[in-house]
Design a protein around this ligand. Structure first.
Ligand code: FAQ
Length: 331
């Protein structure tokens, strides 16, 4: 008998392993291998469902928490055009969170459970959003590097094996590519500006570079989920493959605007056709994953406050929907 271990810590405790029906499992794996999409009502192994809920809900939380570092700068954007663009970008991120929560709900987990897991600190979200946005150049660096890293990770997810997740990613990727361009455009303008503006752009690159390349997750040899997720075509490329692609496209972008990537070991490797890069501080990454990031507490306080202060909106929307339903039933 084939068994799949359940190791998700954000869900209610389960028995250590679920015994799956071998014939159903074989049929499922054949569909995945044939690049069929798995849909909500299709049979799926319990561990596949749990892995998807874990990944999609973390992804949704990242979008929602990711609104905070930039939201800080909406009132301080340097002109009306920049303000309107930033406002639209932050709204897009709210929308991405909603598509992703909806995709996770199709797997049988309620929005309330997921939000509760986030607010009580049981659910993860991307490490990158636990760093502070100190200057306007940080908004450029987030768009360029953080959205750039997000797209690199998300383009292959358009072909992830779970249909609702794949379809959500198609729309998200279109919007993310605008986000990346707006960030790079801010950095280009600053890098071509006064000496002080150029210094501000370089300082933002210095602070955001390493956290951005950590976003892709631990190295493959220390990534407990990658092998199974690749087999089930949930992930289409590994953490290290995506990190390398990101570095290879981003270094020439920095050079094109006269900025220097803060990695003295960065060298072009002709034989590999890729950049070799310096050692990543994985102790810092794991500390941030554990909730010890520089502004982790502030981020969660801001989320919980927004949730509590928005209670009346949710209540009003639910009352409106109930009234609407009652009227329709009466008719
Ligand atoms: N932060 O075995 P793996 C965005 C955890 S969206 C925190 O390699 P997996 C848009 C991981 O969960 C950014 N935790 O795990 C935006 C696991 O712990 P668990 C978010 C991390 O799932 C831009 C453990 O480490 N994108 O930025 C991180 O196979 C600008 C072992 O790791 C997504 O979520 C991390 N960086 O691979 C918004 C994309 N990395 O769960 C606003 C979808 C790893 O077993 C402004 N997710 N961990 O307790 C994925 O592709 C994958 O989940 C990975 C991790 C690649 C993130």
């Amino acid at each position: 008998m084939y068994t799949t271990e359940l190791k998700d810590k954000n869900q209610a405790p389960q028995s250590a392993a679920v015994v799956e029906d071998p014939a159903r499992l074989e049929a499922f794996e054949a569909r995945v291998a044939a690049d069929d999409f798995i849909e909500p009502k299709d049979w799926m192994p319990e561990a596949y469902r749990k892995t998807l809920v874990r990944q999609i809900s973390q992804h949704a939380h990242s979008e929602i928490v990711g609104m905070l570092p930039e939201g800080n700068w909406i009132t301080r954007a340097p002109n009306l055009r920049r303000k309107a663009i930033l406002l639209a970008k932050v709204q897009d991120e709210g929308g991405h969170g909603l598509y992703l929560y909806a995709a996770a709900e199709t797997l049988g987990t309620s929005r309330e459970e997921m939000i509760d897991a986030l607010h009580s600190g049981r659910a993860k979200y991307s490490t990158i959003f636990n760093y502070p946005t100190l200057t306007w150049a940080d908004i450029g660096a987030i768009g360029w590097l953080v959205d750039g890293a997000a797209i690199m990770n998300q383009v292959p997810l358009q072909r992830t094996s779970y249909g609702p997740y794949a379809r959500a990613m198609v729309r998200i990727c279109k919007e993310e590519s605008f986000h990346q361009r707006q960030g790079y455009e801010i950095m280009t303008a600053l890098a071509a500006g006064t000496d002080a503006q150029k210094r501000m752009a370089q300082d933002a690159l210095n602070r955001w570079w390493w956290p951005s390349i950590m976003m892709f997750g631990p190295p493959d040899e220390n990534s407990p989920n990658t092998a199974q997720s690749i087999r089930w075509r949930i992930k289409r490329e590994t953490n290290d493959e995506l990190r390398q692609k990101f570095i290879d496209v981003t270094v020439p972008q920095a050079e094109a605007i006269g900025l220097t990537v803060p990695d003295p070991d960065l060298t072009w490797n002709e034989a590999r056709g890729s950049y070799d890069y310096g050692a990543i501080d994985w102790d810092e990454f794991y500390a941030v994953v554990r909730g010890e990031g520089p502004v982790a507490k502030e981020r969660m306080q801001a989320r919980v406050k927004a949730w509590e202060e928005g209670a009346w909106v949710r209540e009003a929307a639910a009352a409106h929907a109930a009234k609407h339903q009652a009227r329709e039933a009466a008719e």
